[in-house]
Structure formats: C-alpha cells, structure tokens
Design a protein around this ligand. Structure first.
Ligand code: AMP
Length: 172
C-alpha cells in the first residue's frame, strides 16, 4: 500500500537548486486513490488520541493538515510565511535545505494544553518543523506528534524535533 504511494511521488532533480532532488507530491495528490489512502493512513494513526488541532505548514502542509483535521474532527491552524496572516503573530526563523526563512502563527491560534499534530509534506533537515514546534510550544500547545508524507532519513530531521515523535508514511 505504502509502496503504491511511493510510486505516486515524482522525483525532480535539481529543483529548486542544483543538487536538490525534489520529491514532488503533486502527483500523489492528484491521484484520487493515492490521496485518499494517504489521508486514511495518517488519520487512522490519530483516531482516539483527542487531537484538538492540526497545524499545517505553508503551503503543501495545508493540504495534508486540512484533510487530516477534517477526518479527525479537529480544527486546522495555519503556519504561514511572514506577512500573510492578518492578525497578531509570533514569528520563528529557520534554515532550509535550500535557503533561510521565517514562519508565523496567529497568537491566539492555540490554547494552553490543546492537543496538536504538526503536519507537512516532507521532513528534510527538520529546520522548518522545528520552527513550528517552537511556535506551538510558545502558545502552550501539547504536541502529540509531527506527521509527514515523506522523510529523508539521511538528513536526520527527526533528531531536531526531539523530544517530540515523528511519523512519516514514506522514507528515502
Ligand atoms: P527542512 O526544513 O529541511 O526539513 O525542509 C522541509 C521543507 O522544505 C518542507 O516544507 C518541504 O516541503 C521542503 N523541502 C525540503 N527539501 C525538499 C525536497 N527534497 N523535496 C521536496 N520538498 C522539500
């Protein structure tokens, strides 16, 4: 089942920079069965865990996060690039596999003690998700796990997210 999902992901060499092998999940998302399977596997993992909120990371994390939240009967929280969120925000900076950036969350997006899953398409170095972990912790959210479609094992991103757990459907 997971092997089918793996086949649905497209490799794009040298995007967005030379030397990066981009794992393109758009081909997985546009295939109805693969998309459904991906959301079902992820959501089954968290059913019964009292998830209050799924935090999706701009932009592909919104797709995973929103679908997962809907299946769990949870709310969805958006973490966005600077200047995109209209209300008061907290900001965290991070370094990417290819560059530097910051992310923002609304200051009232999470209440103290709410159970949170952080969702994105792919875990590489873990810098992006770490920034989101820091934002969620700043608001007092209780992180149950960080969930990804793809994990690039050799970059050890999961170490950066400790002590929080990481779950990924597909590993390379
Ligand atoms: P990182 O902060 O290094 O874990 O990078 C994760 C973020 O960058 C995710 O939001 C991914 O969508 C994107 N990303 C990093 N590397 C890749 C890659 N090889 N293929 C696709 N997306 C990537």
């Amino acid at each position: 089942m997971v092997e089918k999902l793996k086949q649905a992901i497209r490799d794009i060499p040298d995007f967005p920079k030379k030397g990066i092998l981009f794992k393109d999940i758009t081909t997985l998302c546009q295939d109805p069965l693969s998309f459904q399977r991906m959301v079902d596997i992820l959501s089954h993992r968290y059913i019964g865990r009292n998830v209050d909120l799924v935090v999706g990371i701009e932009a592909r994390g919104f797709i995973v996060g929103a679908a997962l939240a809907y299946k769990l009967g949870a709310g969805v929280v958006l973490v966005r690039k600077p200047g995109k969120l209209p209300y008061k925000t907290h900001k965290a900076s991070y370094s990417l596999e290819y560059g530097e950036d910051s992310l923002e969350i609304h200051q009232d997006a999470i209440r103290e003690g709410q159970n949170v899953i952080i969702a994105d398409d792919l875990l590489a170095t873990g810098g992006t998700a770490r920034a989101v972990v820091d934002l969620v912790e700043k608001l007092g959210g209780n992180i149950l796990e960080c969930a990804f479609i793809v994990e690039l094992n050799e970059l050890n991103g999961r170490d950066k997210l400790k002590p929080h757990g990481v779950y990924s459907l597909i590993q390379y």
